[in-house]
Design a protein around this ligand. Structure first.
Ligand code: MN
Length: 326
């Protein structure tokens, strides 16, 4: 089995359970119990499932909305508490787990400080942010101090889904398409495009922004972004064609999309260095995701990149050949 690094994998920290209650009420009780148990486990079932899947390291993050759900006055303290909690859990399994920080994105400077603390003092590998914070997006100049710190630290920024701030009219009255099925991707993909067309990657060219769920479908429209932006730039100018930011500044994971056709299309659009395996544990099924990637029509060198080495390079971890001559 190909060794794997995964990094859209979630846990629950004390004090944040209230944010999951509404969701857990909507799903069957036995499923809710399994999710709750798995989110709160760090060294039992989580590690057993990793072993079975060939996952050598899982870089985990607080389930949404994390500190972003807090009111501004509490957000920095809540983030600090959750990140300290995670650091303690990682320390008990330091060879198997890593961490992505939750951040008080309400305040760009506070978010930059907590990211710095999480990376430099707690040893985390980056941050995972659940799209907007109370309706605020991050492409404006007020967030430049934050992006500057992300770039300076050289760690990835995982842009993870959340509910829309205001339900788009077209999704109104249809809860079935407002969440993971479609709406979260619209929210998160649109946020990524705000960051791209807002010029954040031109101001901070070394940034690495990661999208889950096969890039929230954005890779499949790269050609159209170039074509229509050239025709109708609407006063926006960018250093490069929109498509060029994909595969360089924007990277993706396969979390929650176990389709070989989508994987091959995404690799075609993004390049084989910019697509990385992940699962979205415990919300998605590990066995299914492993079966998908182990049977994908990739040669073994490319499978090793997607499963392990692309993520290893992103996080500054040893690649398979550096580690054991795989
Ligand atoms: Mn997730």
């Amino acid at each position: 089995m190909t060794p794997k690094i995964t990094f859209e994998e979630h846990f629950m920290a004390p004090g944040f359970e209230k944010y999951s209650e509404a969701f857990l009420k909507l799903i069957p009780r036995d499923q809710a119990e399994i999710l709750t148990r798995r989110l709160g486990d760090f060294d039992g079932e989580r590690i057993e499932i990793m072993d079975r899947a060939g996952i050598t390291r899982s870089i985990i993050s607080l389930t949404g909305p994390g500190a972003q759900g807090e009111v501004p006055e509490n957000a920095a303290n809540a983030a600090k508490g959750a990140n300290d909690f995670l650091a303690e859990k990682i320390a008990k399994n330091a060879d198997r787990l890593g961490g992505l920080a939750t951040l008080p994105m309400h305040d760009p400077e506070a978010a930059a400080r907590e990211l710095n603390r999480s990376v430099c003092e707690l040893g985390f590998q980056g941050c995972l942010v659940n799209s907007h914070t109370h309706g605020v997006y991050y492409e404006g100049p007020e967030y430049d101090p934050f992006w500057s710190e992300v770039e300076r630290l050289g760690v990835p920024f995982y842009l993870h889904p959340s509910n829309a701030y205001v339900t788009p009219h077209v999704l109104g009255g249809m809860p079935v398409i407002q969440g993971a099925t479609w709406g979260w991707g619209v929210e998160t993909g649109s946020h990524a495009l705000r960051i791209l067309f807002g010029g954040v990657f031109d101001r901070f060219p070394k940034l690495k922004l990661v999208l889950g769920h096969m890039g929230e479908a954005l890779p499949f429209l790269r050609w159209r972004y170039d074509s229509r932006f050239q025709a109708y730039p609407m006063g926006v100018s960018l250093d490069r064609a929109p498509s060029a930011y994909f595969g360089s500044n924007i990277l993706i994971t396969t979390s929650g999309v176990c389709s070989h056709a989508s994987l091959m299309g995404a690799i075609g659009e993004m390049g084989e260095d910019a697509v990385m395996f992940s699962i979205d544990y415990p919300y998605e099924d590990t066995d299914l995701a492993v079966e998908f990637i182990e049977t994908a029509p990739l040669d073994e060198a490319m499978r090793a990149k997607v499963c392990h080495d692309n993520a290893a390079r992103l996080f500054g971890l040893p690649t398979l050949s550096e580690r054991d001559g795989y």
